[in-house]
Structures are given as C-alpha cells and as structure tokens.
Design a protein around this ligand. Structure first.
Ligand code: SF4
Length: 108
C-alpha cells in the first residue's frame, strides 16, 4: 500500500472545499490500495477553512518550534498543523507505508 494527499486523489478537502486531483494518482488508486491522508483535516481544521502559510521558516522549523503556521485571518494554527502531521505519521507508520505522494506548496 502507498499513501497520497487526499486532495490529489479527488477528495474535496482543500481549504476552499475543492480538490486538486492528479490524474496519475487517481488512476493508480483504481489499480492498487492508496491511503488518502489530509493532515489539515486530521488536525481538526474545518473544510472549507481560511488558508494558512508558514512564518519564520519551513516545516522543519515548525517542528523545532522556530516557525509558526498562521491563517490569513492571523490565527495561530500551528498546533492543529502539528497534530495533523503527527496523526498522519501515525497512520503511515501503523500500516508500514513507505511511499507517500504529497501535495507541494502546502504548509502541511
Ligand atoms: S492538507 Fe494536504 S491533503 Fe489536505 S488539502 Fe492540504 S494539501 Fe491536500
């Protein structure tokens, strides 16, 4: 089994309630088991939601406490993003999934 960002598989989980399907991944999901993962929803954020951006560094800096994730209304959603990231990691680890295709240009 592999995993992929849920929005790449056609799930409407993006901040704007839409999807960003990758035709190649959607096709692959019809041929083999692909676990959909949406860390933002796993972190408890609603859909649709205010989009968020990284401030002060990258995702590694967020993990180290040197950067934050703020939504465009100025709310600090760092905890939700961390919760979602660790929840996603737990799901991948539990199933021993070694390959995960993730959406680029997403703070999560
Ligand atoms: S958290 Fe990942 S899967 Fe969820 S909408 Fe954002 S990019 Fe897509």
């Amino acid at each position: 089994m592999i995993a992929a960002s849920a929005c790449l598989l056609g799930y409407c989980c993006r901040y704007d309630g839409r999807t960003s399907p990758s035709p190649a991944l959607v096709k692959r999901a019809h041929e083999e088991a692909v676990l959909p993962i949406c860390p933002e929803q796993l972190g408890g954020l609603p859909t649709p939601r205010t989009p968020s951006d990284l401030y002060g560094g990258d995702g590694f800096d967020v993990l180290d406490g040197r950067a934050r994730v703020l939504d465009r209304d100025g709310r600090d959603v760092t905890k939700a993003f961390l919760k979602g990231a660790f929840s996603a990691l737990e799901k991948l680890t539990k199933r021993n999934i070694q390959v995960c295709f993730m959406k680029d240009k997403s703070p999560s």
